[in-house]
Design a binder for this molecule. Structure first.
Ligand code: MGD
Ligand code: MGD
Ligand code: MO
Length: 692
């Protein structure tokens, strides 16, 4: 396949943008090789469908594909009502696409059943931030504030592998005498660069955060003046953390008291300081409370709302922040409004040209949606835009079975992902370099992404796909396929909401190098640091919320004696659908493996490089052993990027957080046994289906 630029000639090269401070001109290996994905041999360039249920996927015309989808939707809606059709979106979608997908579900399909993979990503941090600050916006200020910080406590994040350009800010801080404190059960590439590494047992972050706060109070390091002036609820938190005396916190977490004491002193003594969380402290059945524990610590030290200090969450996907603002969440309308708020419904229905009473209510959260597919009261059809849940959802074998029970599965993607290959209809979509739009980064800064090349023949953009389906479904209102027009509608729909983009235009983004929301009018400068004067809560104060340690939803026992945690490696991205197809990345990280401590390996008779079978109460996976003393000896780690029998998610626990509905990706109980396969040592690739 030839690649074309806007003029129809030439090839695409990826070059870092010097003008985007979050990157500082840096890109990680995935960024440098992303252009290769535009030309992978199995790039989808024609719609595919199955003529019969058990027939293979075969190329068809767009008309055939769209007719098949709308006929199926019509039949299922007539039989079972509008909630029979569900939608699953993604945090990689641009703001425009995320907005249009939410509107498509509520207006064109009339379904409440829409959610997205961001539920698996930052939802616990989002819920905790909303609860404490009245708003959820990744960082409390520009990312460059971090370089001027005196201390950063980073809980559950490994940006040296997951966001390499971000490390620059932490390195600058350290060069200036600031201290980096990392909380991670593994001595990661990030932890190796830290001044202090706290290594808790997975699932014990609440006890750790409460223990740190206990020490801060005992040593008189709390900012009493700030607590009185800018917060509520401190007394209840003081009472709870009273019971987390240092030795008890050490007993629960395994973190030695002197290290906890040192961490608290470094944070409290810095003139400016940050507490940050990422997925390691969020992807838990108590993830919202875990993040709340760290927010309580930040509040007691007087950090949020002080210039150059605060609490923040490190973003995940390309548009992780914007993806959670415009209505692809089950409980949400554009502008980060709640779908059960009558005023929000009236406003958005007005923009969409429909009756507020016709808008559905809140739907099921991502895992609840996936696990209801094809059940008696659940959806019978699913449309997927920007996710590969066969690999990335918890308890993946069950999810695969649910997908198989659907009457109609439609997947829009650029590659035949594991989920697409199970679909009844596959729609070939344009990818990042082939279309324009906006993304919102972890600073809350709205940025433009420009089209660099023409999509290959046969491919349509997601906006074109949604527009064509809306038209066939005779949906009311406008369904523009032009990103700038959709952005204009998004601004109107979100006006007056928490994430107010109404003053942001493509021209302003261009002229100002991005605009920070909220930006409620054209003459408003945007809001780089939203909490300086007040918090967007009814009384303007931040809220302390007491949280108690309860431990993981599934603890280790005699049958399943080892903790499993999951995460990422540098050279692979997410479900691997894209990166497993890019040769240099596939070569750098060819197949699934389990990190385990040499002592644990010796006890179990497992040798480095040998095949290991892991079992949990959900299922079993087989991967290669990778021995390292960088992990606790009660815990093993598997990256989740691979399909087939090496899928980490065959093992993970779908226990959900009661507030965020986040599954417990980061801890479950497993047992390990060595596999002897006819005496030949397994090649990691053979155990993985590395290139499908
Ligand atoms: N190379 C690469 N980069 C990526 C991605 C990718 O797939 N590959 N994905 C992107 C996305 S969507 C996201 S969300 C981000 C994720 O970015 P991160 O949050 O940095 O990545 P993870 O590896 O999921 O988890 C971080 C760390 O949490 C630790 N951890 C596990 N359990 C616990 C626990 O109980 N407590 C604590 N404190 N830590 C724990 C793990 O050991 C791991 O090192 O990365 C983004 N960047
Ligand atoms: N065990 C375990 N599981 C996890 C996690 C973990 O830490 N541990 N992390 C969770 C997290 S944080 C996340 S974010 C999820 C991510 O997991 P997924 O939701 O599966 O994300 P991706 O692998 O990025 O899949 C995106 C798919 O959509 C396609 N795609 C990308 N952009 C577009 C677009 O603009 N339009 C269309 N139509 N398609 C597009 C890609 O080709 C790919 O096939 O995984 C979650 N699962
Ligand atoms: Mo994510």
């Amino acid at each position: 396949m030839a690649l074309h630029d806007e003029n129809g000639t030439g090839t695409v090269r990826v070059t870092p943008r010097e003008d985007v401070p979050a990157n500082g001109g840096g890109l990680c290996q995935k960024g440098w090789t992303a252009a290769e994905l535009l030309t992978v041999p199995d790039r989808l360039t024609a719609p595919l469908m199955r003529r019969r249920r058990d027939a293979p996927l075969e190329p068809c015309t767009w008309d055939e594909a769209l007719d098949r989808i709308t006929a199926g939707i019509g039949r299922l809606r007539a039989l079972h009502g509008p909630d029979a059709v569900a939608v699953f979106g993604g945090g990689g979608l641009t703001n425009e696409k995320a907005y249009q997908l939410g509107k498509f579900a509520r207006v064109a399909l009339g379904t409440s059943q829409i959610d997205y993979n961001g539920r698996f990503c930052m939802s616990s941090a989002a819920a905790a931030s909303g609860r404490a600050f009245g708003m959820d916006r990744g960082l409390p200020g520009p990312v460059t504030d971090l370089a001027a910080s005196g201390a950063v406590l980073l809980a559950g994040g490994n940006p040296a592998e997951t966001m390499p350009p971000f490390m620059r800010h932490l390195n600058e801080m350290r060069d200036d005498g600031g201290a980096l404190i990392v909380v991670d059960p593994r001595r990661t590439a990030t932890a190796r660069q830290a001044d202090l590494h706290l290594r808790p047992t997975p699932g014990t972050d609440i006890a750790l955060a409460n223990g740190l706060l206990h020490l801060a109070l005992a040593e008189g390091l709390a900012d009493e003046e700030y607590i009185a002036a800018r917060t509520t609820g401190f007394d209840a938190v003081r009472t709870v953390v009273n019971a987390y005396w240092p030795e008890r916190a050490e007993r629960i977490t395994g973190v030695p008291v002197p290290l906890m004491r040192e961490a608290v002193r470094l944070l409290a003594r810095a003139r400016r300081a940050h507490v940050l969380t990422a997925r390691g402290s969020e992807q838990h059945a108590r993830g919202t409370d875990m993040v709340t524990g760290f927010i309580n610590l930040a509040l007691a030290l007087g950090l949020p709302g002080r210039e150059g200090s605060g609490y923040g969450c490190l973003t995940g996907q390309g548009n992780g922040q914007g993806g959670r603002e415009h209505g692809q969440k089950a409980d949400q309308l554009p502008g980060y409004r709640r779908i059960d708020d009558p005023a929000a419904r009236a406003h958005v229905a007005g923009v969409w040209g429909v009756d507020p009473d016709d808008l559905p209510g809140p739907g099921r959260s991502a895992y609840e949606l996936l696990s209801a597919l094809g059940t008696a009261g659940g959806p019978k059809a699913l449309l997927v835009f920007g996710s590969n849940p066969v690999v990335s959802a918890p308890a993946a074998a069950d999810v695969e079975e649910r997908l198989g029970a659907l009457d109609l599965l439609v997947v829009a993607d650029f590659v035949p992902s594991e989920t697409a290959r199970r679909a009844d209809v596959v729609l070939p979509a344009a990818q990042w370099a082939e279309e324009s739009g906006t993304m919102t980064n972890l600073e809350g800064r709205v940025l433009r992404r420009r089209r660099a090349v023409r999509p290959p023949d046969g491919v349509r953009t997601d906006l074109e796909i949604l527009g064509a389906l809306a038209e066939r479904l005779k949906a009311p209102g406008e369904w523009s396929t032009d990103p700038e027009e959709v952005f204009g509608e998004l601004r109107r729909a979100g006006a007056g909401g928490i994430a107010d983009y109404s003053g942001i235009t493509y021209d302003r983004i261009e002229a100002e190098g991005g605009v920070f929301w909220p930006c409620p009018s054209p003459d408003h400068p945007g809001t780089p640091r939203p909490y300086l004067d007040r918090f967007p809560t009814p009384d303007g104060r931040a809220r302390f919320v007491p949280v108690e340690h309860t431990g993981a939803a599934e603890d280790v026992d005699a049958d399943y004696p080892v903790y499993l945690t999951t995460g990422r490696v540098l050279a692979q991205y997410q479900s691997g659908a894209q990166t497993r197809r890019v040769r240099p990345l596939a070569e750098a990280a060819p197949g699934p493996f389990v990190e385990l401590h040499p002592d644990l390996a010796a006890r179990l008779g497992i040798e480095d490089g040998a095949a290991v079978r892991l079992e949990s109460r959900r299922g079993a996976a087989t991967v290669a052993a990778r021995l390292t003393d960088a992990i606790r000896d009660d815990t093993v780690f598997i990256p989740f990027h691979w399909a087939g029998e090496g899928r980490a998610n065959l093992l993970t626990n779908p226990a959900l957080d009661p507030v965020s509905r986040m599954p417990e990706f980061k801890v479950c109980a497993v047992r390990l046994t060595p596999v002897h396969r006819g005496g030949t040592p397994p090649h990691p690739r053979s155990a993985s289906g590395a290139r499908q």
